[in-house]
Design a protein around this ligand. Structure first.
Ligand code: GDP
Ligand code: MG
Length: 321
């Protein structure tokens, strides 16, 4: 495992003892962003990790398969890297990331990339203004002509930022630009699928200077939100959250029909696009073991799949009988 130290730079170190966390179904020995205490073994150039300092925060996702994954720790910002085009990051993807950010309590910065490829600038502003009007900090950048890069650099200064986005959205390219060197490999966009090819395979923390770091991560298809409750998801929409104060259900949310946030969601004040995005998130909470075509099924997942299918069949039979 690679560790970074201001004095010694990047070093290889081995894990000592057991760091496996056993709390709940959390499964992570050590994660990127962790601050560790190390020592040099006597007479050797080999470092060993003795302990992990308490984490200030963690960013997690929970997939369909009931496994909680710690993506990183000790982060000040989550940079959602959303490409305007080639491939276009869907609003559903951005909203899922924002729901996870809201739950983690870590502020999000939405960075719209590849502005140079969009010829109609009003189209860009329309998309960005949806989020700006909701109060999110949004930046528009181009790695090609340098638009917005300085503003992002200034915003991320003296912070640890986690970059998340779909594959090919420009995370590694932006990291390289901000660091001023080609520290991360950049992928080519596939001509047939218009999606990025996976080049970044592991999350890695890159120190930009003594007080600024960026964690680059592999592209994800969607952020699994199964660690969230319905209320968390609803509250992640600022226009719904403000309705909570008038809700008859004090400090509770079962998203029932008379829930103030649900009432607002189903009102014409919320655009169809945002409503659909929220409905899709709520729906995915109800079907945790949903298996989508094309998913990679092996071992444990195979078992989960057949368990889920048996349960679904039983439900169907009961409905018909
Ligand atoms: N035209 C243009 N291409 C970009 C921009 N940012 C990234 N790219 C290209 O998009 C592709 C994917 O970029 P990469 O950084 O590897 O994406 P990642 O998978 O999110 O790390 C590469 O071919 C980059 O050269 C941009 O702002 N403008
Ligand atoms: Mg990458």
């Amino acid at each position: 495992m690679e560790i970074y130290n201001l004095k010694y730079g990047t070093q290889l170190a081995t894990l000592r003892g057991k760091f496996r966390l056993t709390k709940g179904d959390e499964k992570s020995m050590i994660t990127v962003g962790d601050k560790v205490n190390c020592q040099l073994s006597q007479g050797s150039s080999e470092w060993s990790i003795d302990s992990i300092e308490e984490r200030k925060n963690t960013i997690i996702r929970k997939s369909d398969y009931n496994e909680l994954q710690i993506l990183c720790s000790n982060v000040d910002r989550i940079g959602i890297i959303a490409s305007l085009i080639d491939p276009e990051t869907k609003v559903g993807f951005i909203d899922r990331c924002l729901a996870a950010c809201h739950h983690s309590g870590i502020p999000a910065l939405i960075i719209f990339t590849k502005s140079d490829l969009v010829l109609d600038k009003t189209e860009v502003l329309e998309k960005v203004s949806i989020y700006r009007n909701l109060g999110y900090d949004c930046r528009i950048v181009s790695a090609l002509n340098g638009e917005g890069i300085d503003s992002v650099r200034a915003e991320l200064d003296k912070k640890v930022t986690f970059f998340v986005g779909n594959s090919g959205s420009g995370k590694s390219t932006l990291l390289n630009l901000l660091s001023g060197s080609d520290i991360q490999k950049v992928s080519l966009i596939s001509k047939s699928t218009r999606k990025g090819k996976h080049t970044t395979t592991n999350s890695f923390l890159y120190p930009i200077n003594e007080v600024t770091s960026i964690i680059d991560s592999p592209g994800i298809k969607e952020w699994g939100l199964l660690h969230l409750e319905k209320a968390d998801v609803l509250e992640s929409f600022p226009e719904l959250k403000i309705e909570k104060k008038d809700c008859i259900h004090f400090n509770c949310c079962d998203a029932s029909d008379d829930c103030a946030m649900m009432t607002k969601l189903n009102s014409p004040e919320v655009s169809d696009e945002r409503r659909k995005s929220m409905e899709s998130m709520l729906e995915s909470l109800q079907r945790p073991y949903r298996i989508r075509t094309g998913n990679f099924i092996t071992g444990k997942l195979k078992k989960e799949k057949s368990k889920y299918e048996r349960k679904e069949k039983r439900k169907k039979r009961q409905n018909y009988e």
